[in-house]
Design a protein around this ligand. Structure first.
Ligand code: ADP
Length: 629
């Protein structure tokens, strides 16, 4: 492409040169035309051929006068003398006409002209007196006649000279005009050639450009196709990652679940310690799998942001308690400052906003050995559309080298491999956060000094909604794991009839083991269709519903179960799914489910959830009402 610039410069220069040459040829051709025109005008003014006629007429009158003189000499009678006198006058007038004519200039250099006319004039000057007296002077007239007869050939030669001179001049002019005409024809031909060359160059250029355009179009088509292919393969990769993460989560559910089941049994100390290690490793693996799943969703653009009221205090408590706990465990000072003017009517996605803030806080705690971790939230601006907020997480930890600061926001990128070995992590957290923050209309950036600490900042835009009151403690969104004060095994809780809807045999076995260990009965439906049939025949205290099943999904099955219920009936349905996202939870609740248990769930989480749905002592009447209906 770049090579085209000098080529098109050369082309322009060539075209300019051809145009200038054509202009020069045109000017020269015009000049020749002009010269021709002047020559023709001059010819018209001079009227060369008139001199021939004048000299011829003079010769004729010379001959007539000589004849009349001869008659006068012979007869000397009055009529012939009168004729002679008339011829004399005519001859003189013809001679004067020759002298006065401008065209005579062509003869002035000729000896015939220089000699004949003066001699004739000299002969004729005294002649009139010869015949105008009473007696004609015959002797003088005879002498004049003799002189005129002697001059006759010279007068004839003057006429011939005039003829030949004029003919010569006309020939010369014709030659000149022919020459000029040849030049004009040559110049016009040259111009024609130049025009043809320019036209050919233009046509070639046109075809070259058409070819280049076609090449460019082909290139852009192929780039578009490649980008589509890249997009498709990226989508396929994201789909694959999401699918694989899900597939990995299912057996992980078995590993963690059965580890918990075994941990609930009497064990030797070393066995318990080893199993605790298995459980922690599995949990670390789950964190990694969750991040990969989340990143693949974010990359594929499969995240839908919620627009919910934000209760700042409750939200901060929920988002920051893990980091705060870990900070205290490490002996760090963990402090939060929420500006008093934070809007109470802001709408946003509490889950995604919390995910970003907790990721930054976890990193700050992870990479800080001593000192402080501080969280600041402030309102930057408010307008009719909504709010612009800034969050800052400041730590006094390791810091990040300047040349690494841009890299860490890329996927799978970490500032320092030695710290990675020490602290673990996938290098996906900040990449996910960056994309989430951008989706929320803001940006994420860092200021950091190695050895002194880091300051991560991000902004978001939030819409305006209806003002909310500070949330009461019991109004906080229920996390998948219920409160710690839920009943423990052995608490008074009547045995329940649980319907498990699950296609995976390991998950079936795990749920059966956990539920039976709690003293409840459990019946397994292997598909949504089977669940519908079982639901119609028996009353259940709760349904544990898997979401992703072949054939009818858990969401579809739930909708059908709800449709089967009579007015006033309500069987608690709990979603159990390997999907870990806030959006999954929202979809489950929207489909008519009562709660949500993210796989892998611990026996404790299930126990607490069931206890919350059917509290043993206080809500027994309500419980029996539901169970008995
Ligand atoms: P992960 O922490 O899982 O490796 P992140 O994307 O969250 O992935 O972080 C990428 C890298 O950025 C980290 O590995 C670390 O090198 C660096 N980093 C992030 N936060 C901090 C911090 N507060 N202090 C020092 N380094 C940090």
């Amino acid at each position: 492409m770049r090579a085209d610039a000098p080529q098109s410069r050369r082309y322009l220069l060539g075209l300019s040169a051809v145009t200038l040459t054509m202009a020069a040829v045109l000017i020269a051709s015009l000049l020749f035309d002009f010269a021709q025109r002047r020559a023709i005008e001059q010819n018209l003014a001079r009227n060369y051929d008139s001199v021939t006629a004048l000299v011829f007429q003079m010769e004729r009158e010379f001959l007539r006068f000589r004849s009349s003189l001869e008659a006068g000499v012979e007869h000397s009678d009055p009529p012939s003398l009168q004729e002679l006198s008339l011829r004399y006058d005519i001859l003189l007038s013809r001679m004067q006409l020759v002298r006065a004519s401008p065209s005579v200039s062509v003869l002035e250099s000729r000896p015939e002209y220089q000699q004949v006319l003066p001699r004739l004039e000299a002969l004729l000057a005294p002649a009139e007196a010869y015949w105008s007296g009473n007696t004609p002077q015959t002797v003088q007239m005879r002498e004049l006649l003799l002189a005129l007869e002697a001059l006759g050939p010279s007068v004839q030669s003057l006429s011939l000279a005039a003829n030949s001179r004029v003919t010569r001049l006309l020939e010369e002019q014709t030659q000149t005009m022919l020459h000029q005409n040849t030049l004009v024809v040559t110049l016009t031909s040259a111009m024609l050639v130049l025009m043809l060359v320019s036209a050919a160059a233009l046509i070639r250029r046109h075809y070259d450009q058409q070819r280049e355009n076609a090449q460019l179009k082909a290139l852009s088509d192929s780039l578009w196709e490649k980008s589509m292919q890249a997009q498709a393969s990226n989508d396929a990769k994201s789909e694959f990652l999401a699918h694989m993460s899900h597939e990995i989560r299912t057996p992980m559910n078995g590993i963690i679940g059965f580890t918990d089941v075994v941990l609930d049994t009497p064990l030797e100390a070393s066995q318990r310690a080893h199993l605790e290690k298995v459980k922690r490793s599995a949990q670390s693996l789950m964190v990694i799998i969750n991040e990969i799943l989340d990143f693949s969703k974010v990359e594929a653009g499969h995240i839908a942001l919620e627009s919910l009221p934000l209760h700042w205090e409750a939200w901060a408590e929920e988002v920051l308690h893990t980091s705060a706990f870990e900070a205290r465990r490490k002996g760090l000072v963990f402090s939060t400052h929420f500006a008093p003017d934070l809007p109470t009517d802001a709408l946003g996605d509490p889950g995604r906003l919390g995910q970003v803030l907790s990721n930054l806080c976890n990193n700050a705690v992870k990479f800080t050995a001593q000192g402080t971790v501080t969280v600041l939230t402030e309102l930057l601006a408010a307008d009719a559309q909504g709010y612009h907020l800034q969050f800052t997480v400041h730590d006094t930890g390791l810091g990040i080298a300047p040349e690494k600061q841009a890299d860490i926001f890329n996927a799978f990128s970490q500032a320092d491999s030695s710290t990675t070995r020490q602290f673990g992590g996938t290098g996906l957290g900040l990449a996910i956060c960056t994309r989430l923050v951008e989706r929320m209309g803001g940006r994420l950036w860092v200021q950091s000094t190695p050895g002194q600490g880091s300051r991560f900042m991000f902004t978001v835009r939030l819409a305006r909604g209806q003002a909310v009151q500070a949330r009461q403690a019991d109004e906080t969104p229920q996390p998948p794991c219920p409160p710690a004060q839920a009943p423990m095994p052995g608490d008074a809780q009547r045995p329940m009839a649980i319907l498990l809807v699950e296609d995976n045999p390991i998950n079936q076995l795990l749920a059966q083991t956990v539920v039976k260990n709690m003293g409840h009965s459990i019946t397994t439906a292997h598909s949504g269709e089977e669940a519908i049939a079982l639901f119609a025949n028996q009353t259940w205290d709760a349904v544990l519903m898997d979401i992703q099943m072949p054939g009818m999904s858990g969401l579809q099955a739930t909708a059908q179960l709800r449709a089967q219920e009579k007015p006033g009936e309500h069987t608690p349905i709990i979603a159990t799914t390997a999907g870990a996202m806030q959006a999954d939870r929202a979809a489950c609740l929207a489909a008519g489910m009562d709660d949500y248990l993210s796989k892998p769930y611990t026996p404790k989480a299930l126990r607490d959830l069931l206890a919350r749905l059917h509290p043993a002592p206080a809500a027994s009447s309500a419980e029996s009402e539901v169970a008995g209906s």
